[in-house]
Design a protein. Sequence first.
Length: 539
Amino acid sequence: MARMFPSDTSSDPRARADGGLRRELDVLERLELALSNDYSIFHSIDWVSVHAGHETRGEIDIIVMNAGGDLLILEVKAGQVEEADDSLYKRYPTARKDIAAQCRKHYTALRGRLKQADLGTHVRQLLVLPDHRMVGQGSAALPRERIIDADQIDDLHRHIADLMPAGFPTERADNVRSFLLNEFKVARSLGVFRNQLAQASHRLASGLATWVPRLYTPNGLFWIQATAGSGKTQLALRLLEDAAAAGRQALYVCFNRPLSNEVRRLAPASAIVATFHELARTYCAGIGAVGTELDSQDEFNRNAERYVADASTFTALYDVLIIDEGQDFHPEWITCLRRLTRVSGTTHVLEDTDQRLYRTQPIALPDATRLTCTDNFRSPRAVVDTINAFGLADHKVVGVSPYLGDTPDFIACATPSEKEVAVVNCIDRYLADGYSRNDIVVLSYVGLARSPLFQSESLGSYPLHQPGTPVNDDAISCDSIYRFKGCSSPVVILTDVDFSSVTTTDRRKLFVGLTRATMAAAIVMTPAAAQALTAVLDA
């Protein structure tokens, strides 16, 4: 296996927010596994060249070095390219770029920097087109023998070994390696990567938001059954934006308050955004039927029952109705809300049955146009693999995030004190890895009120930020799996996980918890829970 710099291919600090990132990482992962340890691979390399007072910048995708210090530049161009007599071209949204000119610029810059450093080494170059099949023979600037296309990509490592044999270790190789690491500053930039990963995942998950609004059905009823991280919130926001642009009245209703708060922050001002219980309370307040226990579950239930009972008197006020988290709605709630939609209006019911945490009956919409999606664009692919390995979802989830990530950490603790130490150790480790305190959330499996871990204002030496309290940048956020459903965080630590057998409810709670993480996850559990999960794998 080749040596990689940086060691984690998916921590590329110059990750582009498009499919090119994924293809480039695929090439890196192939080479890391296929090349011998005589080779070193450097990726995502920024360079700066100054000539006659003029500064030029660029980025080299991949450099492969053999044991003797010889270098091979790999320029990776994902997607289709245009073949012309004089060169190859890549079309971007704002420009058509000459690939040969880009290759020549990067080759010349690297040779020039090596010469300045008095490092006489051989430099070669290949153009890698993982998605394009060459029709012609290239051009004078890019001859065919220097191009690896889609038909040859599986043998890329063999082409590299033929063009640049492994060689023998030399002092020059050590100097070249040091030059690349120091001069080109190949380093993990977690903050940059986190933001770019979020942009990439957001863009990849835009499929639902792009296609669903274009669909038509005579009765205007759509039922979207889509897994966590598939882009349901993006779809909801797109529907709200389209309604506002068309001057149509829109209502968005979900179950969890944190999700409604986030959608309200992002939605057009003309849209009405609320939880079902907020709608019910507002209605009951308007008719003087609100009790004195404003935030009690009994009061929530009474308001909901009255709202449903009076639904036959409602006036249809909205052209667009969006019901999110439909799996947590009682069927009669949905029937009630549909009365608010005008005859010519549309209703979109969004749900993920794998996130049904409450004892509600499955909804049935036999007259709806139904769409399903099992693609998860948000969770690291290693986390999705874990979800599938344990059978946490009713159907196999397809991990399509550009980020591979790591398998979640599973930590068994026999006592409450061991559990606290384990959670604090997880926080310490993630901070040491470069995450900030704002990147980390600790989720209780049983709820904050029932967990001894969250009864004080701190966890170890870390202040805790409880839901509903002022934001503190120095604090570690904590919440319950139930409340945090619909939200996400770069790092999620699940704790208080305890069961003796993996029930349907446990599968769903673990699914919800793990799919909140966009970069890393850990599970702190009892030995009994660890044994139960092991039994699932052994079954």
